[in-house]
Structure formats: structure tokens, C-alpha cells
Write a protein that binds this ligand. Structure first.
Ligand code: TXA
Ligand code: MG
Length: 397
């Protein structure tokens, strides 16, 4: 009813939604839109031309399937029963407890793609299944409703870049709203196998999923040590380098000894070992980012000299702030961009991608990150999964 009223008043917002819906239905130009997890780059999932537009815009490999976004269970049922269905194909019972608990929300389920599927073949990248989710973002559901089509939508970043959590990020990556509440993508689960599996950790934690009937034995179907690359990942997207800023990312696992961390950073900056690129100094410039979570002190207390805070950039509506600090190290001074993401997995997830992007915008040479334990459930595993994919160097000290 709210939408009907908005439409009849012909507000600029209503006009924008109608224009976006029309573009989705009729053109092959993808449309960026916010969801509660990250921004999506949407296409009409039923038209090949439209879906190809996504792969083109993102430079995405064609073997990486897309998530289909729906506004209702009826829309899912239509996808399962393209010819009206007799007998009717139902959503497999194993998903019932997950759907009633987590939809609408940050959970993507895999369903069998039926014969004569309404979905463009590019959506599924030739897999026998399709991934689908109902976003909790009211705006996203409205757009799907008005378009009256399921929308295929990957995160609206360029392939390999950190996922966008503000409209500016989308514009920056693809040249053509507010921050996202969750900040990491949806959890992808596969209930079509026995035991069921989490294929991508995300907004809904594995511990929460495990409390649902039929999901007590849910397996971890993704591989964080994918760098060793033995098993073929079941979720094709997980094999690609991802979420990576331009800077070298050095990730310290939770519990790393603080003195050793500071030592490693100093060595990179002053030279004399530790640098992997053969330069005497690890980096040509002298700008680094330090991203703290639970325990690291400000700028790692890299210097006894007074640290001076010169600027404070605030990240678009969020509480995230970056402190620029000048630290005398060796024979010159180093600019340290110090970010504290907070101590909870929720705040870390919300700020993570935006921080990597902000530090990239400052052209830092390296980013040192304090990891968190990934067995604390909820978002912690999702955060560490993203960080391990972004990192070039892992350090456990
Ligand atoms: O939160 C999200 O899920 C965001 C927002 C926009 O909804 N979307 C998103 O889409 O992250 P994308 O395309 O960046 O990631 C989709 C992931 C990939 O890892 C892909 O391989 C996996 O889901 N996926 C999609 N369909 C699949 C299928 N049929 N079988 C296995 N994995 C699938
Ligand atoms: Mg993505």
C-alpha cells in the first residue's frame, strides 16, 4: 500500500524505482541496488542478454554463477515450476526451518534448476542448481516486486575488488543510498547433499544454522586454505582471489604476539629483511594502514615518539574513522593510517570492505590487519574467510 501511495504521488523516489524496473525489464544494462548485505548489480534473471550485461560490467568469469533474488516464496515456486508444475515441485523440506528463521535475510539456498527453467542459462553457469535468496532490504524487495522478475545480482564490485558497502563504492568500481547493514555477503548453503553444507560463510553464522532441525551436522564446504588449492570448490566463486585491495595485505592470525607484529612491520618499513620483493626497503612509499580489532593498541605503539593525529576521515554514515599518524621510523617518517574496526564481529564485518577501500584510496603500500578467531561463530568465520582471501601474506606469530 505504501508503494501504491508513493506511486500515485509521483515522488522522485517512486520515479527512480519505476525507471530502474523498466531498465531491468527492457535493457541489457545492469542496475546497481542496495541490499542489507552488500550492493548488488542486478539483471533480469530470465533474460540472457540482461544477465550477460552483468558478466561484462564486472569482468566476471562466466563459470561463476549468480544468486537469484526474489521478493516472495511464490516467486521461488514459479522458478521451481516453470510449466505450472503437475506434480508441483516443492522447496525441499530440509530448507523449511532455515527459510522460516532466516528469510528474508542474508542466506542463499541452492535449489535444483528444473527442466525448461525460466532462468537464463548464464545465471547458473551450467550447474544443475541455482542459488536463491530473499533479501531483508525492503528496497531490494520493492525493486524486485515492481520489476516483477527475479533479479540475478552479484556484489556490485569489479571482480576481485572488495565488495561495495556504499553507493560511492559501486560508482567507483563500475562508473555506472546509505551503507549496508550487514557488510558481508549472504551465507550460501547446500541442503541438496547429505550432510548439508555451508558453501560460503556470510551474514548468517554456521552456529545459528546448526541449531535448525536437519542442519545439526552441517559441514564446512568451503576451504580457507584454498591457496593450497587441492579440492575443487563446490561454490565456484570461492576459487577466485577476492576482496583484494591494491595494497599488500598482511594478515596476522588472532593471538599473534604483539611485539612480533610490531617487529614485522618495522622490518618491512626499515628494510633489513622481511621484505619479499627484494628491495632493501619493503616499500617504495612510506604509507601503511594498520587495521585493529580486538587487542592491538593504537598504531601498534610503533614509536615512543608522540603520535600526532592530523586528520580524521569518517566513512559515510558509519562510525568508522581513520586516524592519520606520522611515525618516525628509521631515517624518515612513515604515515600510518590507523583504523579501529571495533571488537565485535558485527562491527568488524560492517567496516571491513569500506576500510580496505578507504586505505586503497590513500594509496598505502601495505595493510596490516589484526585477525580474529574464526571459531566464535556468527560473523567471525565470514570475516576471516574474506580476510584470508584478501591477504597476500599470512602471519602467525
Ligand atoms: O549477499 C549476497 O549474496 C550478495 C548480494 C548482492 O545479494 N550477492 C553476492 O553475489 O555476493 P556474488 O555473485 O558476488 O556471489 C555469489 C556466490 C559465489 O561464490 C557463487 O559461486 C555462489 O554464490 N553460487 C551462486 N550460485 C551457485 C550454485 N548454483 N552453486 C554453488 N554456488 C553458487
Ligand atoms: Mg562477489
Amino acid at each position: 500500500e505504501w508503494w501504491e501511495e508513493e506511486k500515485s504521488k509521483n515522488t522522485p523516489e517512486a520515479a527512480a524505482v519505476l525507471e530502474a524496473a523498466e531498465t531491468l525489464r527492457t535493457s541489457d544494462i545492469p542496475v546497481g541496488f542496495p541490499t542489507e548485505t552488500v550492493y548488488g548489480l542486478g539483471a533480469d534473471a530470465t533474460r540472457s542478454g540482461s544477465v550477460q550485461g552483468i558478466y561484462k560490467a564486472k569482468q566476471r568469469p562466466s563459470d561463476n554463477p549468480l544468486i537469484v533474488h526474489v521478493d516472495s516464496i511464490e516467486m521461488v515456486n514459479r522458478l521451481l515450476n516453470p510449466n505450472g508444475g503437475s506434480p508441483t515441485t516443492k522447496i525441499p523440506a530440509i530448507y523449511e526451518p532455515l527459510i522460516s528463521r532466516f528469510w528474508p535475510g542474508a542466506l542463499t539456498i541452492l535449489l535444483p534448476n528444473p527442466k525448461g527453467s525460466l532462468l537464463a542459462k548464464e545465471v547458473t553457469a551450467n550447474l544443475p542448481t541455482f542459488g536463491v535468496r530473499m533479501p531483508s532490504s525492503a528496497f531490494a524487495r520493492l525493486l524486485i516486486h515492481v520489476t516483477d522478475r527475479p533479479l540475478a545480482a552479484p556484489s556490485a564490485n569489479a571482480s576481485t575488488k572488495p565488495s561495495p558497502t556504499t553507493a560511492e563504492h559501486v560508482y567507483h568500481d563500475l562508473q555506472n543510498g546509505g551503507p549496508c547493514g550487514v557488510g558481508v555477503e549472504s551465507t550460501v548453503v547446500d541442503g541438496l547433499t547429505n550432510p548439508p553444507a555451508v558453501l560460503r560463510p556470510g551474514g548468517i553464522g554456521i552456529e545459528e544454522i546448526r541449531t535448525c532441525p536437519g542442519w545439526e551436522n552441517v559441514q564446512v564446504g568451503y576451504n580457507d586454505s584454498a591457496l593450497q588449492g587441492k579440492e575443487a570448490p563446490r561454490s565456484p566463486g570461492m576459487k577466485y582471489r577476492h576482496y583484494s585491495p591494491k595494497a599488500r595485505v598482511v594478515l596476522f592470525e588472532a593471538g599473534s604476539d604483539l611485539a612480533s607484529v610490531a617487529d614485522r612491520v618495522k622490518k618491512d618499513l626499515i628494510g633489513g629483511g622481511g621484505s619479499s620483493n627484494g628491495n632493501a626497503n619493503g616499500f617504495s612509499g612510506r604509507k601503511i594502514g594498520i587495521v585493529r580489532t580486538k587487542t592491538w593498541p593504537i598504531a601498534l605503539s610503533l614509536s615512543d615518539a608522540e603520535t600526532k593525529q592530523t586528520t580524521q576521515a569518517s566513512n559515510d554514515g558509519d562510525t568508522l574513522s581513520i586516524h592519520q599518524i606520522s611515525v618516525p621510523l628509521g631515517d624518515s617518517s612513515t604515515t600510518v593510517y590507523d583504523v579501529h574496526l571495533g571488537a565485535s564481529a558485527e562491527s568488524i564485518a560492517r567496516g571491513l570492505f569500506a576500510t580496505l577501500r578507504s586505505l586503497d584510496a590513500e594509496n598505502v603500500d601495505a595493510i596490516y590487519i589484526e585477525g580474529i578467531r574464526d571459531d566464535e561463530g556468527d560473523l567471525a568465520a565470514a570475516v576471516m574467510n574474506r580476510l584470508r582471501k584478501a591477504a597476500e601474506v599470512f602471519v602467525v606469530v
